[in-house]
Design a protein around this ligand. Sequence first.
Ligand code: ADP
Ligand code: MG
Length: 339
Amino acid sequence: LEQTIRFHAGWCRMTDSQFAPPSPLIEVQNLCVDYKIRSGGLHKSIRAVDCFSMRIARGEIVALVGESGCGKSTTGRALARLVRPSNGAILFSGIDISHLPERRLRVHRSKIQMVFQHPGPALNPRVLIWRSIAEPLEAIGVKSEDCRLRVDAILQKVGLPAQAGQRYSHELSGGQLQRVAIARALVGRPDFVVADEPLSSLDLSVQAQIMVLLKELQEEFGTSLLFITHDLAAAEYLSNRIAVMYLSKLVECAPAQEFSRRALHPYSKALLDSIPLMDPGLERNRHVEPLPGEVPSPLNPPTGCRFHTRCPLADERCRREEPMMRKVSDEHEIACWRV
Ligand code: ADP
Ligand code: MG
């Protein structure tokens, strides 16, 4: 991956004036997703994702972080077209899939896969594991002998013995099931995988193994990955870029290393402060000021900057006007009036 990036960087410098840079695999433009709900006997609408824009390059890992309920899963599900956007565009290899009918979406389905927090429910308990993994291949018409070979190969790659294919899902541990889910997602060589909290249901030691596995496989397959997590340490380890959401909106996006060293948005800084230090002694003596208040309801978001009700820097303008995402350097964007 590094070599490819260096090659592209060199290529872009050489040809800067003549050609545009390579187009991204995914380009999301002003994506909005609304849910209809009933609240107090009335029909209402929640905007779970509000004007979300982002580009994801081929082979890039973007981590999407933020507190529970901020719209991460809805964003991921919209990109995989498991929920229908209300507005905006999702360009996948240049084609807008945001409003394609199911019949025309079928061609793209195999190229975009999802890995969920709980792998169990996605696997049919009455079907042998190898069959579950083969399903995406069968859906695109791969012959059964080829399916078997490819399933055996991917089982090996995700670190499972070939015999695991002859088991049922209830016979495997949580970590093994997540390996099966990853195998199933990658077996058809997709261009893009959305992994929604893939570590959250696992024990700590298994989390580390699955994280290393995801990184190795992503490097080998060159798949683009949207890694949804509320664990910033995992995001820093795994991703090239980190994007932070707050109350349905993107508030900051930066290369992972830069984010760790120089996150700018007050909300991102609060998230970083909440990561415990590795050294228990230092952690004990550290004083972290928690963010005041609760996350407001997306049914009735605050005016102006949505974070102003909890932000230590907020002033009158923040209460009144909504900040848009703007560049502070080449790849670093934030939505904040005070930075
Ligand atoms: P996250 O993954 O960051 O926890 P979600 O995308 O799951 O956030 O949820 C974003 C908002 O949308 C939350 O307020 C949540 O309650 C709401 N929401 C999510 N799914 C649904 C649904 N199927 N119907 C109604 N509201 C939903
Ligand atoms: Mg979620």
